[in-house]
Design a protein around this ligand. Sequence first.
Ligand code: EPZ
Length: 416
Amino acid sequence: MDKFVIQGGRKLQGEVRISGSKNAALPLLASSLLCGGWNTYHNIPDLVDIKTIKRLLGNLGAEIEGGETLRVNTDDIKRCEAPYHLVRTMRASVLVLGPLVARMGRARVSLPGGCAIGARPVNLHLKALQDLGAEIDLRDGYIEARASRLRGATIYFDISTVTGTENIMMAATLARGTTVLENAAKEPEVVNLAETLNGMGAKVSGAGTDVIVIEGVDTLHPVETTVIPDRIEAGTYMIASAITGGDVTIRGCRLGHLDALVTKLKEAGISIEPVEDGARVTGGVEIRSVDVKTLPYPGFPTDLQAQVMALMAIGKGVSVITETIFENRFMHVGELMRMGAVVKIEGSRAIVRGVKKLKGAPVMATDLRASASLVLAGLAAEGRTDLLRVYHIDRGYHAIEKKLAALGADISRVKD
Ligand code: EPZ
Protein backbone atom coordinates (compact mmCIF):
# COMPACT_ATOMS: atom_id res chain seq x y z
CA MET A 1 0.00 0.00 0.00
CA ASP A 2 1.26 3.49 -0.81
CA LYS A 3 1.53 6.37 1.59
CA PHE A 4 2.07 10.12 1.15
CA VAL A 5 4.95 11.85 2.93
CA ILE A 6 4.28 15.56 3.36
CA GLN A 7 6.61 18.22 4.77
CA GLY A 8 4.30 21.03 5.77
CA GLY A 9 4.71 24.80 5.83
CA ARG A 10 5.01 25.58 2.09
CA LYS A 11 2.74 28.27 0.61
CA LEU A 12 1.15 26.92 -2.58
CA GLN A 13 1.60 29.07 -5.68
CA GLY A 14 0.72 28.69 -9.37
CA GLU A 15 -2.06 27.16 -11.44
CA VAL A 16 -3.90 23.86 -11.18
CA ARG A 17 -6.27 22.37 -13.77
CA ILE A 18 -9.40 20.63 -12.54
CA SER A 19 -10.36 17.22 -13.97
CA GLY A 20 -13.80 15.99 -14.99
CA SER A 21 -16.24 15.27 -12.18
CA LYS A 22 -16.20 11.73 -10.75
CA ASN A 23 -19.79 12.11 -9.57
CA ALA A 24 -20.93 13.28 -13.00
CA ALA A 25 -18.94 10.72 -15.01
CA LEU A 26 -20.28 7.70 -13.09
CA PRO A 27 -23.99 8.20 -13.91
CA LEU A 28 -23.13 9.35 -17.45
CA LEU A 29 -21.27 6.10 -18.11
CA ALA A 30 -24.11 4.09 -16.56
CA SER A 31 -26.53 5.77 -18.95
CA SER A 32 -24.68 4.14 -21.88
CA LEU A 33 -26.71 1.02 -20.98
CA LEU A 34 -29.91 2.74 -22.13
CA CYS A 35 -29.19 2.44 -25.86
CA GLY A 36 -27.08 0.51 -28.36
CA GLY A 37 -24.42 2.10 -30.54
CA TRP A 38 -21.32 4.12 -29.67
CA ASN A 39 -21.72 6.79 -26.99
CA THR A 40 -18.83 9.29 -26.65
CA TYR A 41 -17.90 10.93 -23.34
CA HIS A 42 -15.33 13.77 -23.16
CA ASN A 43 -13.38 14.91 -20.06
CA ILE A 44 -13.54 11.56 -18.27
CA PRO A 45 -11.27 11.77 -15.16
CA ASP A 46 -8.52 9.17 -14.69
CA LEU A 47 -9.64 7.74 -11.33
CA VAL A 48 -9.92 4.35 -9.65
CA ASP A 49 -13.71 4.65 -9.50
CA ILE A 50 -13.82 5.20 -13.26
CA LYS A 51 -11.72 2.05 -13.75
CA THR A 52 -14.26 0.23 -11.58
CA ILE A 53 -17.31 1.27 -13.57
CA LYS A 54 -15.48 0.44 -16.81
CA ARG A 55 -14.87 -3.07 -15.43
CA LEU A 56 -18.52 -3.27 -14.40
CA LEU A 57 -19.78 -2.19 -17.85
CA GLY A 58 -17.32 -4.59 -19.52
CA ASN A 59 -18.65 -7.35 -17.29
CA LEU A 60 -22.14 -6.60 -18.59
CA GLY A 61 -20.92 -6.88 -22.19
CA ALA A 62 -20.09 -3.30 -23.12
CA GLU A 63 -17.27 -2.50 -25.51
CA ILE A 64 -15.11 0.36 -24.22
CA GLU A 65 -12.38 2.35 -25.98
CA GLY A 66 -10.29 5.36 -25.07
CA GLY A 67 -9.35 7.28 -21.93
CA GLU A 68 -10.14 10.95 -21.33
CA THR A 69 -12.45 10.67 -24.32
CA LEU A 70 -14.23 7.39 -23.74
CA ARG A 71 -16.41 5.53 -26.25
CA VAL A 72 -18.86 2.93 -24.96
CA ASN A 73 -21.00 0.54 -27.01
CA THR A 74 -23.66 -1.54 -25.27
CA ASP A 75 -25.17 -3.17 -28.37
CA ASP A 76 -24.49 -6.55 -26.93
CA ILE A 77 -25.47 -6.79 -23.24
CA LYS A 78 -24.45 -10.34 -22.28
CA ARG A 79 -25.63 -10.28 -18.68
CA CYS A 80 -27.58 -8.05 -16.35
CA GLU A 81 -25.63 -8.65 -13.15
CA ALA A 82 -23.47 -6.30 -11.07
CA PRO A 83 -21.50 -8.68 -8.81
CA TYR A 84 -20.74 -8.08 -5.15
CA HIS A 85 -16.96 -7.88 -5.60
CA LEU A 86 -17.38 -4.86 -7.88
CA VAL A 87 -20.29 -3.16 -6.10
CA ARG A 88 -18.62 -3.37 -2.69
CA THR A 89 -15.61 -1.40 -3.98
CA MET A 90 -17.86 1.29 -5.36
CA ARG A 91 -21.42 1.87 -4.14
CA ALA A 92 -22.22 4.01 -7.17
CA SER A 93 -22.34 0.74 -9.14
CA VAL A 94 -26.01 0.76 -8.10
CA LEU A 95 -26.44 3.29 -10.93
CA VAL A 96 -26.61 0.44 -13.46
CA LEU A 97 -29.83 -0.80 -11.85
CA GLY A 98 -32.25 1.69 -13.39
CA PRO A 99 -30.81 1.56 -16.92
CA LEU A 100 -30.69 -2.27 -16.97
CA VAL A 101 -34.30 -2.66 -15.83
CA ALA A 102 -35.45 -0.02 -18.31
CA ARG A 103 -33.60 -1.42 -21.33
CA MET A 104 -33.35 -5.15 -20.58
CA GLY A 105 -36.38 -5.67 -18.32
CA ARG A 106 -34.27 -7.19 -15.55
CA ALA A 107 -31.23 -6.66 -13.33
CA ARG A 108 -29.41 -8.43 -10.51
CA VAL A 109 -27.31 -5.93 -8.58
CA SER A 110 -25.53 -6.58 -5.31
CA LEU A 111 -26.79 -4.45 -2.45
CA PRO A 112 -24.00 -1.88 -1.96
CA GLY A 113 -23.73 -2.33 1.80
CA GLY A 114 -22.54 0.46 4.03
CA CYS A 115 -19.27 2.34 3.99
CA ALA A 116 -17.12 4.36 6.39
CA ILE A 117 -19.43 7.38 6.31
CA GLY A 118 -22.71 5.64 6.93
CA ALA A 119 -25.21 2.83 6.31
CA ARG A 120 -26.12 4.44 2.98
CA PRO A 121 -29.21 2.39 2.20
CA VAL A 122 -30.71 2.36 -1.31
CA ASN A 123 -34.31 1.92 -0.15
CA LEU A 124 -35.41 5.09 -1.95
CA HIS A 125 -33.99 3.81 -5.25
CA LEU A 126 -35.93 0.54 -4.82
CA LYS A 127 -39.18 2.12 -3.71
CA ALA A 128 -39.12 4.46 -6.70
CA LEU A 129 -38.41 1.59 -9.10
CA GLN A 130 -41.40 -0.26 -7.63
CA ASP A 131 -43.48 2.88 -8.17
CA LEU A 132 -42.44 2.60 -11.84
CA GLY A 133 -43.85 -0.94 -11.87
CA ALA A 134 -40.72 -3.02 -11.31
CA GLU A 135 -40.92 -6.17 -9.18
CA ILE A 136 -38.10 -6.09 -6.63
CA ASP A 137 -36.82 -9.01 -4.54
CA LEU A 138 -33.87 -8.97 -2.17
CA ARG A 139 -32.14 -12.36 -2.21
CA ASP A 140 -28.68 -13.45 -1.01
CA GLY A 141 -27.53 -9.84 -0.68
CA TYR A 142 -28.68 -8.99 -4.19
CA ILE A 143 -31.40 -6.77 -5.62
CA GLU A 144 -33.39 -8.71 -8.23
CA ALA A 145 -35.54 -6.40 -10.35
CA ARG A 146 -37.86 -7.25 -13.23
CA ALA A 147 -40.27 -5.27 -15.41
CA SER A 148 -41.63 -6.05 -18.86
CA ARG A 149 -41.97 -2.32 -19.37
CA LEU A 150 -41.75 0.39 -16.73
CA ARG A 151 -44.68 2.78 -16.52
CA GLY A 152 -44.55 6.46 -15.59
CA ALA A 153 -45.50 7.51 -12.05
CA THR A 154 -45.28 10.44 -9.67
CA ILE A 155 -42.50 9.72 -7.17
CA TYR A 156 -41.73 11.63 -3.98
CA PHE A 157 -38.26 11.13 -2.50
CA ASP A 158 -38.47 11.27 1.32
CA ILE A 159 -34.84 12.43 1.26
CA SER A 160 -33.14 14.30 -1.57
CA THR A 161 -30.91 11.53 -2.96
CA VAL A 162 -28.37 12.26 -5.69
CA THR A 163 -27.86 8.79 -7.16
CA GLY A 164 -31.48 7.92 -6.36
CA THR A 165 -32.60 10.81 -8.56
CA GLU A 166 -30.12 9.80 -11.26
CA ASN A 167 -31.06 6.11 -11.20
CA ILE A 168 -34.78 6.78 -11.49
CA MET A 169 -34.41 9.59 -14.04
CA MET A 170 -32.52 7.15 -16.29
CA ALA A 171 -35.08 4.38 -15.78
CA ALA A 172 -38.00 6.71 -16.50
CA THR A 173 -36.64 7.78 -19.91
CA LEU A 174 -37.85 4.45 -21.39
CA ALA A 175 -41.00 4.05 -19.30
CA ARG A 176 -44.46 4.22 -20.88
CA GLY A 177 -45.94 7.60 -19.95
CA THR A 178 -44.84 10.47 -17.76
CA THR A 179 -42.81 10.34 -14.56
CA VAL A 180 -42.59 13.21 -12.07
CA LEU A 181 -39.79 13.19 -9.48
CA GLU A 182 -40.57 15.38 -6.48
CA ASN A 183 -37.94 16.45 -3.96
CA ALA A 184 -35.38 15.50 -6.62
CA ALA A 185 -31.69 16.26 -6.07
CA LYS A 186 -30.53 19.52 -7.72
CA GLU A 187 -26.80 18.84 -7.95
CA PRO A 188 -24.97 19.96 -11.13
CA GLU A 189 -24.17 16.29 -11.81
CA VAL A 190 -27.92 15.61 -12.10
CA VAL A 191 -28.19 18.42 -14.67
CA ASN A 192 -25.18 17.06 -16.62
CA LEU A 193 -26.95 13.68 -16.78
CA ALA A 194 -30.33 15.15 -17.78
CA GLU A 195 -28.70 17.12 -20.63
CA THR A 196 -26.93 13.97 -21.79
CA LEU A 197 -30.17 11.93 -21.69
CA ASN A 198 -31.91 14.61 -23.75
CA GLY A 199 -29.02 14.35 -26.20
CA MET A 200 -29.96 10.65 -26.49
CA GLY A 201 -33.53 11.57 -27.40
CA ALA A 202 -35.03 11.49 -23.91
CA LYS A 203 -37.52 14.13 -22.78
CA VAL A 204 -36.34 15.33 -19.35
CA SER A 205 -37.25 18.76 -17.98
CA GLY A 206 -36.74 20.53 -14.66
CA ALA A 207 -33.32 19.09 -13.83
CA GLY A 208 -31.60 21.40 -11.35
CA THR A 209 -34.90 22.04 -9.59
CA ASP A 210 -36.62 19.76 -7.09
CA VAL A 211 -39.28 18.65 -9.60
CA ILE A 212 -38.06 16.74 -12.65
CA VAL A 213 -40.50 15.57 -15.36
CA ILE A 214 -39.59 12.73 -17.73
CA GLU A 215 -41.79 11.90 -20.74
CA GLY A 216 -41.02 8.25 -21.57
CA VAL A 217 -39.93 7.36 -25.12
CA ASP A 218 -39.63 3.98 -26.85
CA THR A 219 -35.94 4.08 -27.72
CA LEU A 220 -32.89 6.28 -27.31
CA HIS A 221 -29.89 6.84 -29.60
CA PRO A 222 -26.16 7.32 -28.91
CA VAL A 223 -24.85 10.71 -27.79
CA GLU A 224 -21.59 12.67 -27.64
CA THR A 225 -21.33 14.56 -24.34
CA THR A 226 -18.86 16.22 -21.95
CA VAL A 227 -18.41 15.66 -18.23
CA ILE A 228 -18.61 18.86 -16.14
CA PRO A 229 -15.59 19.87 -14.02
CA ASP A 230 -15.26 18.31 -10.58
CA ARG A 231 -16.53 20.92 -8.14
CA ILE A 232 -15.32 18.91 -5.14
CA GLU A 233 -11.79 18.63 -6.54
CA ALA A 234 -11.88 22.37 -7.29
CA GLY A 235 -13.10 23.15 -3.77
CA THR A 236 -10.36 20.99 -2.31
CA TYR A 237 -7.65 22.96 -4.13
CA MET A 238 -9.25 26.26 -3.14
CA ILE A 239 -8.98 25.18 0.48
CA ALA A 240 -5.39 23.99 -0.14
CA SER A 241 -4.47 27.54 -1.17
CA ALA A 242 -6.33 29.02 1.80
CA ILE A 243 -4.83 26.69 4.41
CA THR A 244 -1.24 27.33 3.26
CA GLY A 245 -1.69 31.09 2.86
CA GLY A 246 -0.96 30.53 -0.82
CA ASP A 247 -1.87 32.14 -4.13
CA VAL A 248 -3.34 29.56 -6.49
CA THR A 249 -5.35 29.92 -9.68
CA ILE A 250 -7.82 27.10 -10.20
CA ARG A 251 -8.40 26.53 -13.93
CA GLY A 252 -11.22 24.67 -15.64
CA CYS A 253 -13.78 24.89 -12.83
CA ARG A 254 -17.28 26.39 -12.75
CA LEU A 255 -17.30 28.88 -9.88
CA GLY A 256 -21.11 28.92 -10.03
CA HIS A 257 -21.12 25.33 -8.75
CA LEU A 258 -19.28 26.40 -5.59
CA ASP A 259 -21.28 29.37 -4.28
CA ALA A 260 -21.66 27.95 -0.77
CA LEU A 261 -17.92 27.28 -0.39
CA VAL A 262 -16.95 30.64 -1.92
CA THR A 263 -19.24 32.43 0.53
CA LYS A 264 -17.72 30.60 3.50
CA LEU A 265 -14.13 31.11 2.37
CA LYS A 266 -14.73 34.84 1.90
CA GLU A 267 -16.28 34.99 5.38
CA ALA A 268 -13.09 33.35 6.64
CA GLY A 269 -11.03 36.12 5.10
CA ILE A 270 -9.86 34.32 1.96
CA SER A 271 -9.71 36.34 -1.26
CA ILE A 272 -11.46 34.70 -4.23
CA GLU A 273 -11.23 36.49 -7.55
CA PRO A 274 -13.03 35.06 -10.58
CA VAL A 275 -10.72 34.61 -13.59
CA GLU A 276 -11.29 33.18 -17.02
CA ASP A 277 -12.61 29.59 -16.51
CA GLY A 278 -11.82 29.55 -12.83
CA ALA A 279 -10.75 31.54 -9.80
CA ARG A 280 -7.65 32.93 -8.11
CA VAL A 281 -7.63 32.01 -4.42
CA THR A 282 -5.30 33.89 -2.07
CA GLY A 283 -4.91 32.88 1.56
CA GLY A 284 -4.88 35.76 4.01
CA VAL A 285 -2.55 36.25 6.91
CA GLU A 286 -5.16 34.87 9.25
CA ILE A 287 -8.13 32.53 8.83
CA ARG A 288 -11.31 33.53 10.59
CA SER A 289 -13.39 30.72 12.10
CA VAL A 290 -16.82 30.37 10.46
CA ASP A 291 -19.75 28.03 11.04
CA VAL A 292 -20.63 25.50 8.33
CA LYS A 293 -23.72 23.32 7.88
CA THR A 294 -23.82 20.72 5.10
CA LEU A 295 -27.00 20.59 3.02
CA PRO A 296 -28.15 19.22 -0.35
CA TYR A 297 -27.09 21.40 -3.30
CA PRO A 298 -26.92 24.39 -3.48
CA GLY A 299 -26.11 24.19 0.24
CA PHE A 300 -22.59 23.55 1.52
CA PRO A 301 -21.49 20.17 0.07
CA THR A 302 -20.98 17.33 2.54
CA ASP A 303 -18.08 16.25 0.28
CA LEU A 304 -16.18 19.39 1.35
CA GLN A 305 -16.99 19.17 5.06
CA ALA A 306 -13.83 17.30 6.07
CA GLN A 307 -11.67 19.66 4.00
CA VAL A 308 -13.14 22.84 5.50
CA MET A 309 -12.69 21.33 8.96
CA ALA A 310 -8.95 21.11 8.32
CA LEU A 311 -9.00 24.82 7.48
CA MET A 312 -11.02 25.65 10.58
CA ALA A 313 -8.55 23.68 12.70
CA ILE A 314 -6.20 26.66 12.30
CA GLY A 315 -8.94 29.28 12.31
CA LYS A 316 -8.92 32.24 14.64
CA GLY A 317 -11.84 31.43 16.93
CA VAL A 318 -14.39 28.64 17.20
CA SER A 319 -16.20 27.01 14.25
CA VAL A 320 -19.33 24.85 14.53
CA ILE A 321 -19.50 22.34 11.70
CA THR A 322 -22.82 20.51 11.34
CA GLU A 323 -23.07 17.41 9.13
CA THR A 324 -26.71 16.85 8.12
CA ILE A 325 -26.34 14.40 5.21
CA PHE A 326 -24.47 11.38 6.58
CA GLU A 327 -24.56 9.92 10.07
CA ASN A 328 -20.86 9.12 10.44
CA ARG A 329 -18.84 11.60 8.46
CA PHE A 330 -16.44 12.71 11.19
CA MET A 331 -13.88 9.93 10.74
CA HIS A 332 -11.22 12.57 9.99
CA VAL A 333 -11.68 14.22 13.41
CA GLY A 334 -9.65 11.69 15.38
CA GLU A 335 -6.78 11.93 12.92
CA LEU A 336 -6.86 15.74 12.84
CA MET A 337 -6.72 15.71 16.65
CA ARG A 338 -3.57 13.62 16.44
CA MET A 339 -2.11 16.58 14.55
CA GLY A 340 -3.07 18.93 17.36
CA ALA A 341 -6.54 20.01 16.24
CA VAL A 342 -8.98 20.78 19.07
CA VAL A 343 -12.37 19.34 18.11
CA LYS A 344 -15.32 18.29 20.23
CA ILE A 345 -18.08 16.18 18.64
CA GLU A 346 -21.62 16.61 19.88
CA GLY A 347 -23.92 14.43 17.77
CA SER A 348 -23.96 15.80 14.23
CA ARG A 349 -21.94 18.85 15.25
CA ALA A 350 -18.19 19.25 15.54
CA ILE A 351 -16.97 22.22 17.60
CA VAL A 352 -13.56 23.23 16.21
CA ARG A 353 -11.44 25.54 18.35
CA GLY A 354 -8.70 26.91 16.09
CA VAL A 355 -5.06 26.46 17.08
CA LYS A 356 -2.05 28.42 15.88
CA LYS A 357 -0.31 25.51 14.23
CA LEU A 358 -0.94 21.83 13.53
CA LYS A 359 1.90 19.36 14.01
CA GLY A 360 2.78 16.71 11.42
CA ALA A 361 2.11 13.09 12.45
CA PRO A 362 1.51 9.64 10.95
CA VAL A 363 -2.24 9.54 10.15
CA MET A 364 -4.62 7.05 8.56
CA ALA A 365 -7.02 7.70 5.69
CA THR A 366 -10.46 6.14 6.21
CA ASP A 367 -12.51 7.41 3.27
CA LEU A 368 -12.07 9.56 0.20
CA ARG A 369 -12.80 13.01 1.54
CA ALA A 370 -11.32 12.38 5.00
CA SER A 371 -8.05 11.57 3.18
CA ALA A 372 -8.20 14.90 1.36
CA SER A 373 -8.73 16.66 4.69
CA LEU A 374 -5.60 15.04 6.13
CA VAL A 375 -3.53 16.01 3.08
CA LEU A 376 -4.64 19.62 3.56
CA ALA A 377 -3.79 19.50 7.27
CA GLY A 378 -0.37 18.02 6.41
CA LEU A 379 0.33 20.85 3.97
CA ALA A 380 -0.27 23.41 6.72
CA ALA A 381 1.28 21.50 9.63
CA GLU A 382 4.78 21.96 11.02
CA GLY A 383 6.98 18.99 10.24
CA ARG A 384 6.30 15.67 8.55
CA THR A 385 2.97 13.95 8.02
CA ASP A 386 2.74 10.38 6.73
CA LEU A 387 -0.72 9.66 5.32
CA LEU A 388 -1.31 5.90 5.17
CA ARG A 389 -3.80 4.01 2.95
CA VAL A 390 -3.85 6.58 0.14
CA TYR A 391 -5.81 4.16 -2.04
CA HIS A 392 -8.86 5.91 -0.60
CA ILE A 393 -7.81 9.22 -2.12
CA ASP A 394 -6.98 7.70 -5.52
CA ARG A 395 -10.67 6.90 -5.93
CA GLY A 396 -11.61 10.56 -6.33
CA TYR A 397 -8.50 12.65 -7.01
CA HIS A 398 -6.30 12.19 -10.07
CA ALA A 399 -2.60 12.41 -9.14
CA ILE A 400 -3.25 14.78 -6.23
CA GLU A 401 0.36 14.57 -5.05
CA LYS A 402 1.62 15.59 -8.50
CA LYS A 403 -0.83 18.48 -8.78
CA LEU A 404 0.11 19.69 -5.29
CA ALA A 405 3.87 19.28 -5.90
CA ALA A 406 3.47 21.37 -9.06
CA LEU A 407 2.07 24.09 -6.78
CA GLY A 408 5.16 23.90 -4.56
CA ALA A 409 4.04 21.41 -1.93
CA ASP A 410 6.63 19.03 -0.51
CA ILE A 411 4.64 15.81 -0.97
CA SER A 412 5.62 12.43 -2.37
CA ARG A 413 4.07 8.99 -2.77
CA VAL A 414 6.14 6.15 -1.33
CA LYS A 415 5.60 2.42 -0.97
CA ASP A 416 4.58 1.70 2.60
C1 EPZ B 1 -23.79 11.04 -3.78
O1 EPZ B 1 -23.92 9.86 -3.00
C2 EPZ B 1 -22.31 11.23 -4.02
N1 EPZ B 1 -21.79 10.10 -4.77
C3 EPZ B 1 -21.60 11.36 -2.68
O2 EPZ B 1 -20.22 11.61 -2.94
C4 EPZ B 1 -22.18 12.55 -1.94
O3 EPZ B 1 -21.57 12.67 -0.67
C5 EPZ B 1 -23.70 12.36 -1.79
O4 EPZ B 1 -24.30 12.17 -3.07
C6 EPZ B 1 -24.37 13.55 -1.12
O5 EPZ B 1 -24.14 14.71 -1.87
C7 EPZ B 1 -22.02 10.03 -6.10
O6 EPZ B 1 -22.66 10.90 -6.69
C8 EPZ B 1 -21.44 8.86 -6.83
P1 EPZ B 1 -27.47 10.43 -1.38
P2 EPZ B 1 -25.37 9.20 -2.79
O7 EPZ B 1 -28.30 9.32 -1.91
O8 EPZ B 1 -26.23 9.43 -3.97
C9 EPZ B 1 -29.74 8.76 2.41
C10 EPZ B 1 -17.92 11.30 -2.73
O9 EPZ B 1 -17.16 11.51 -1.78
N2 EPZ B 1 -30.36 7.79 1.49
O10 EPZ B 1 -27.69 11.81 -1.92
O11 EPZ B 1 -25.16 7.81 -2.34
C11 EPZ B 1 -28.24 8.57 2.55
O12 EPZ B 1 -27.95 7.59 3.51
C12 EPZ B 1 -19.26 10.65 -2.47
O13 EPZ B 1 -17.68 11.60 -3.93
C13 EPZ B 1 -31.30 6.90 2.00
O14 EPZ B 1 -31.61 6.90 3.20
O15 EPZ B 1 -25.93 10.05 -1.58
C14 EPZ B 1 -27.77 9.94 2.97
O16 EPZ B 1 -27.97 10.11 4.35
C15 EPZ B 1 -19.44 10.28 -1.02
N3 EPZ B 1 -31.88 6.01 1.15
C16 EPZ B 1 -28.72 10.88 2.21
O17 EPZ B 1 -29.85 10.08 1.85
C17 EPZ B 1 -31.58 5.97 -0.18
O18 EPZ B 1 -32.15 5.15 -0.90
C18 EPZ B 1 -28.14 11.48 0.92
O19 EPZ B 1 -27.57 10.42 0.21
C19 EPZ B 1 -30.63 6.89 -0.68
C20 EPZ B 1 -30.04 7.79 0.17
